[in-house]
Ligand binder design. Structure first.
Ligand code: BDP
Length: 687
């Protein structure tokens, strides 16, 4: 299956001398313990070493001790000698961290490699690090690596429905469900767990946040055995499972007449549910909740606020160590488009900042990166800067709902880096999103990053083979948000496509240009949307303009953009700390790429680049469509250098992208030419 192995594709090491070195350094593997995650770690390493070196390592059965080879264990549970030799380093690792260290072997023996985790999962991450080094041909003879994840929760959200469909899925059907049931064959789920664990993911919500009728039953006994199975499969890779729950479950499956979070029968119903779930699955993670949003039920029905709702569930889960992840994607999706004072962008902040400090310690608020909805360009959600006494986590979207639906290549790592590095100034300089989400800025007990998955049962997992890089990069960033995008890209290429530098250069260039190119031929200057309603693919400038969703551009014959300033506009800019508030509030200071998100300006408004808004629109759309074609052309130079199926799959998508980019260009340029009546300075418009 083309692309199925993704970045865990093990080629024999290129040079004999390297192969030999790895083979002798990893000639044997032993685990100091026999728990299921350590067993996984041993198997994974053995498989990788076998494939990379051509020699199968010996696997020592515990408690047999090896005098050379790779020793895998958990800090505090090693033998006294190893404990002593690694103590300096392991003192620095917490729960999921690890140490990789070369230690001298016994007299006359070769060196040993110790992989010591702060927990079993930590040891597994250490093993995957070692594998990563070998896939890249790096030396492993003098290792001293100490790693600790920046985020406690490194999570994936599946938007899978039990009928087998995936909301916003662009890579086939669910690998989890078919026709209202769990799949019988968990092999593919296991392979997914491997991919996720290999980049450090430790949590997964296995059903859509929009919980329909069948999925509501996931918390009942009806699915207990399948849930247990899923939990075991993921558990063997150190990943906890979560369920998205329906806030109205007490009514829908509990036979109660209310779901009021302050009602005692409701509270005890949820407590019983939690107890039953945890009896079956002691390592169950908890609940993910979308409430009072896009027609989902929630506490508002009962005149309660979201802290009441979240805390009620938190109380049910707390005795079992479970957590509630409560989404902040809450806004009025039935607004009056004629009323320019309402602003969807303000909603999350307005709903949640008054509740800061009211949430239980085992509640985390999950906040989308931007205030709207995963557009190609948005400012960072101001809610991150508006909460200091509440656990928060960042929500990203790997699935490319608004960024080309895995037909277009759009490498999102650079976008995510911008988000993570954004300094909110919430607690002075350095209050970046990365540090707020991890909990570091406000010293919060819980935090992390979640993202909507982009995989399905498609052979290559992600529809577009290059979209695998987004899943990979996402995982790497949850572990360490400070990793440079270029490093992530290089790693992914090397591991997935091998070491041919002429391939690497081309693919790296394609990935790194892709977000900018996509942005340039789609909606301009941060204004967003302009897509076909419903499925969200392809251009439709007024698709959402006169509808209730709160997603407008306000283009008329004079100008375009949303006035979100403090004086004349919706006042959204006031939700930011200085200096962003002033920066965004001023059309002169506002960065070009976000101008139309914050300001309504005439088409003749001069950007910092010196161009007018209208000429910028024309230029970027002409250039973007041309560059999309260049992506295809440069991919075509790889023919014969990649596995043929893989090559053709991506080529077909890039061809579709280049065609579709022309459609975007023409629809957008024509629309604005007609609206503005201003001709292109270079006479390229023929309509
Ligand atoms: C939007 C999607 C919709 C999701 C919603 C959400 O269009 O399918 O249900 O977000 O995040 O991006 O809940």
């Amino acid at each position: 299956r083309t692309g199925y192995e993704a970045w865990l594709r093990y080629e024999a090491a290129q040079y004999g001398i390297v192969r030999e070195a790895y083979a002798s350094q990893c000639s044997a593997i032993s685990a100091l313990g026999s728990s299921k995650v350590l067993v996984t770690a041993v198997q994974e390493l053995a498989e990788a070493v076998g494939a990379i070196t051509g020699q199968q390592p010996k696997i020592a059965a515990p408690p047999e001790r090896l005098s050379s080879g790779v020793l895998i264990g958990v800090k505090g549970m090693l033998d006294p000698e190893l404990e002593r030799l690694t103590a300096d380093d392991t003192a620095q690792i917490g729960d999921e961290g690890y140490l990789l260290r070369t230690l001298p072997g016994a007299a006359g023996e070769a060196d040993r490699i110790a992989v010591v985790g702060g927990s079993e999962a930590g040891a597994l991450y250490g093993v995957f690090h070692l594998i990563r080094l070998m896939q890249q041909g790096e030396p492993i003879n003098a290792l001293r690596v100490v790693e600790q994840p920046a985020n406690g929760l490194r999570m994936i959200n599946q938007w899978d429905n039990m009928d087998g469909s995936i909301e916003r899925g662009y890579a086939g059907k669910s690998i989890f469900y078919r026709e209202g049931k769990f799949t019988e064959d968990f092999e593919r789920v296991r392979d997914y767990a491997r991919l996720l664990a290999s980049v450090g993911i430790n949590a997964i919500a296995i059903n859509n946040v929009n919980v329909h009728r069948v999925e509501t039953k996931l918390i009942t006994e009806a699915f207990e055995s399948e849930l247990k199975k899923a939990a075991d499969v993921f558990g063997a890779y150190g990943i906890r499972i979560f369920l998205s729950v329906n806030f109205a479950s007490p009514i829908a499956v509990g036979g109660l007449t209310t779901a009021d979070p302050l009602d005692s029968s409701v509270r005890s119903w949820w407590a019983d549910r939690a107890a039953v779930l945890y009896r079956a699955i002691p390592e169950f993670g908890g609940f993910l909740v979308k409430a009072d949003s896009e027609f989902r039920p929630g506490p508002f029905t009962y005149g309660r606020d979201h802290a009441d709702g979240a805390n009620m569930l938190a109380e049910a889960l707390a005795p079992h160590g479970g957590i509630v992840i409560w989404r902040c994607f809450v806004y009025n999706c039935l607004q009056d488009w004629r009323d320019r004072r309402t602003d969807r962008a303000k909603a999350a902040y307005d709903h949640f900042t008054p509740l800061d400090g009211n949430f239980a310690d085992n509640v985390i608020l999950q906040i989308k990166n931007g205030p709207m909805d995963f557009q190609v360009r948005e400012p960072v959600s101001p809610l991150f800067g508006g909460l200091s006494r509440t656990n928060q986590m960042l929500e990203l979207q790997i699935t490319q709902e608004y960024t080309g639906q895995q037909k277009h290549v759009c490498y999102l790592v650079p976008l995510w880096k911008e988000v993570l590095d954004f300094d909110t100034h919430a607690a002075g300089e350095g209050s970046t999103i990365a540090k707020i989400a991890s909990g570091a800025v406000h010293n919060r007990p819980l935090g992390g990053i979640a993202a909507v998955s982009n995989i399905g049962d498609d052979d290559c997992w992600t529809g577009h083979p290059l979209a695998q890089a987004n899943l990979y990069g996402y995982g790497r960033l949850t572990w360490n948000p400070a990793l440079p995008a270029e490093q992530i890209t290089k790693e992914w290429i090397r591991r997935t496509l091998g070491g041919d530098p002429s391939v690497g250069e081309v693919v790296e260039d394609i990935l790194h240009r892709s977000w900018g190119i996509y942005e340039s031929y789609t909606s301009p200057l941060g204004v967003g949307w302009m897509v076909n309603p419903g499925h969200h693919y392809g251009p439709n400038v007024d698709g959402y303009e006169y509808s209730k969703w709160g997603t407008y551009h306000f283009a008329d014959c004079h100008g375009i953009g949303v006035d979100r300033t403090i004086g004349t506009g919706t006042g959204y800019a006031a939700q930011y700390h200085s200096p962003w508030r002033e920066t965004y509030n001023s059309a002169e200071l506002c960065p070009d790429e976000l101008l139309l998100f914050f300001h309504h300006v005439p088409y003749t408004h001069a950007l910092k680049s010196g161009k007018t808004v209208i000429q910028h629109i024309y230029d970027t759309h002409f250039a973007g469509a041309e560059e999309a074609l260049e992506l295809l052309e440069s991919w075509q130079t790889l023919e014969g250098k990649l596995e043929n199926g893989y090559f053709r799959l991506a080529a077909a998508r890039l061809r579709e992208q280049s065609e579709h980019a022309k459609e975007w260009r023409d629809v957008i340029n024509t629309y604005f030419y007609r609206k503005s009546g201003i001709a292109d300075a270079y006479g390229r418009l023929i309509y």
